[in-house]
Ligand binder design. Sequence first.
Ligand code: PEP
Length: 254
Amino acid sequence: MSSKNGQFYLFANWKMYLDFDESNILANALAQNTKKFSKNIKMAVFPSALSLYSVGQVLNDIGVAVGAQNLYWVEKGGYTGEISAQMYKAAGCQYALVGHSERRHLFKETNDEVRKKLESALSCGLTPVLCVGETDKQRADNRAQEVVTEQLQTALSGLAWPEGRELIVAYEPVWAIGTGNNCIASDAQTMHEFIKKELEKILFKSSPVLLYGGSVRGNNVAEYLSQTDIHGVLVGGASAKLDSWLEIVERAVF
Ligand code: PEP
């Protein structure tokens, strides 16, 4: 099994699947199942912005971090409907997803905007989880590595990575997200190895935490975690239900 400093990263993106009550019910159920969480798991949950604070109050006590699903790069001002990195930090977040494919593709977020979000997260002490990945068309056109390289370069070139801050990149091929069509583990490993080398070139030195995301389930998680350069998983649909999430946790460590 492959881990980062002895820990597997299991990150749960609840997307917009759960309302306030449902989020709190799931958080409490997770807290009651803490005995199932092994010490070598680093877990974080990304609830909706509305439920993030109350979920954090429950989960922080059992060593589970919370993170933002998105953020805006200006700290304060007339930006109706937006929430800044600083506000998320003050509400108890440790992490923030930046460049999730649903943001990039449904909301037309550009690589430049992802960069601003990442910088803003870094500046206030959040750890960004930079999401990258190609569409099925780009993969079919043999452009997957080119697309991912551009996403990494625009987000990270010229940055001085803060000392001690985790560098987390999630490889999430767009065609695998929410489709049940997960990427073959060895193909994901090939891309992770490529990403690791690109990060070394861009940031000169780096020891990244690399997550795979895209239709991860209990029946495939162990295969991903057995790959050399896959240190954890970012899970959407299967993380928003207690049973399927606990199955992932159990299969990840046993
Ligand atoms: C995600 O949204 O980050 C994700 C990986 O979704 P799913 O697990 O549902 O494919």
